[in-house]
Design a protein around this ligand. Structure first.
Ligand code: GTP
Ligand code: MG
Length: 359
């Protein structure tokens, strides 16, 4: 049995995980068996935690993007096939990754035609994203992601007025004429059914050899400081996990803004034995966005996973995170512990395969 593989790329914070979760729900309601694959340069991911908490089968490709960790991606897909026999796998590459057609979709379709049917490459675009505060190389990467799209989804249209959606669709058509386009809201589900009809019914047929300068692409990735941390906070008396989550993101937002470090995505998952919260900041100065909230029952301990992707030096990010977690202690007696802490700049991309079509 072949598995249909739907790959959804797009810049950090564009809404890929939100779309994957909404799609998994809609596909399951249509009777499909679904698996998911997440991906990151590091480990301990908010996305994987969020997906598995919602009880979807998920595999994580950690320590490099799909293109550079192709054998791990393949192993994850085979593992899903062996364990849950999925009809459909939804996969989300790292949000700073491009050249996916030549390095991931085409190799999968070419080397494993009996195992996978690969849907057209979908790239998600956050209608509210402004890349102007980032260095030019990041803008280059952002443009390359859209240039190789077979399908562009203008996401977060719930935040836009109708005439603004029309303007967006018009300018996307001019700039990226190669791609089919839809306006969606991953959050409300608007437009997702129409997109699923396309990616269930069509295979990737891109003949594009993306013209990408790997030195500039590497520079763009290296502009983003990456920080993944996992830990716990304990106190002798119960405290609010929701307030702690809000304080964490508010503090980080203020510090990063004061230092002039543009945010690509800052996300945190916080849980106690009886509650869970997940929230994101996708841009400097934009209010935090809650994805998971529950009744705020105070507890004397919480666990957190924090992922930052910010245009800043990783050591400065580390210092800001350490100081912030100290500053937002629920009480002076509270203690925090890190069980994992890594911060780095992503290494230059070195794809396992790069299948270029003869011209
Ligand atoms: N208003 C609105 N918010 C959305 C929508 N889609 C996603 N978001 C929010 O945007 C934030 C980032 O969404 P994610 O799904 O985590 O984005 P992502 O592309 O997976 O991010 P990375 O994995 O870090 O690249 C979350 O707080 C989402 O709730 C949408 O359609 N409308
Ligand atoms: Mg994600």
């Amino acid at each position: 049995m072949k598995t249909r593989l739907i790959i959804v790329g797009g810049f950090l914070g564009a809404g890929k995980t939100t779309l994957l979760l909404e799609s998994a729900r809609q596909l399951a309601a249509r009777g499909y068996r679904v698996g998911l694959v997440t991906n990151d340069q590091g480990k301990d991911l908010v996305d994987t935690t969020l997906i598995s908490q919602q009880r979807w089968p998920v595999e994580e490709v950690a320590g490099g993007c799909f293109c550079c960790s192709f054998p791990d991606l393949y192993t994850s897909l085979i593992h899903l096939q062996d364990t849950i026999q999925p009809d459909v796998v939804l996969a989300e590459p790292v949000g700073s990754c491009t050249d996916l057609v030549s390095t991931v979709l085409r190799p999968l379709a070419t080397y494993y035609p009996g195992q996978f049917e690969v849907a057209p490459l979908t790239i998600l675009l956050d209608a509210s994203r402004d890349v102007a505060p980032f260095p030019n190389s990041v803008g280059y990467l952002f443009d390359k992601q859209l240039t190789e799209a077979e399908l562009i989804l203008l996401n977060k249209v719930d935040l836009l007025k109708a005439d603004s959606v029309n303007n967006w669709m018009g300018s996307l058509q001019k700039q990226y004429p190669q791609a089919q386009k839809l306006a969606i809201s991953s959050r409300s589900g608007e437009g997702v059914e129409a997109w699923l009809d396309i990616v269930l019914g069509q295979n990737s047929a891109s003949q594009l050899n993306l013209d990408v300068d790997y030195a500039l692409y590497a520079e763009a990735e290296a502009e983003l400081g990456w920080l993944n941390a996992k830990g716990l906070v304990r106190d002798s008396q119960p405290f609010s996990a929701q307030t702690w989550t809000r304080n964490l993101l508010d503090h980080l937002s203020q510090r990063l803004s004061a230092e002039n470090f543009p945010i690509a995505h800052v996300k945190v998952h916080v849980s106690t034995p009886v509650t869970a919260f997940k929230a994101s900041l996708t841009q400097t100065g934009v209010p935090l966005s809650w994805d998971v909230t529950s009744e705020d029952i105070p507890a004397d301990q919480l666990e957190f996973i924090l992922n930052l992707r910010v245009n800043a030096d990783p050591q400065q990010l580390e210092q800001i995170v350490q100081e912030t977690i100290d500053a937002i202690k629920p009480n002076p007696s509270a203690r925090h512990y890190f069980t994992h802490f890594e911060c780095f700049r992503p290494l230059p991309p070195r794809p396992t395969h790069r299948l270029i079509l003869p011209v």
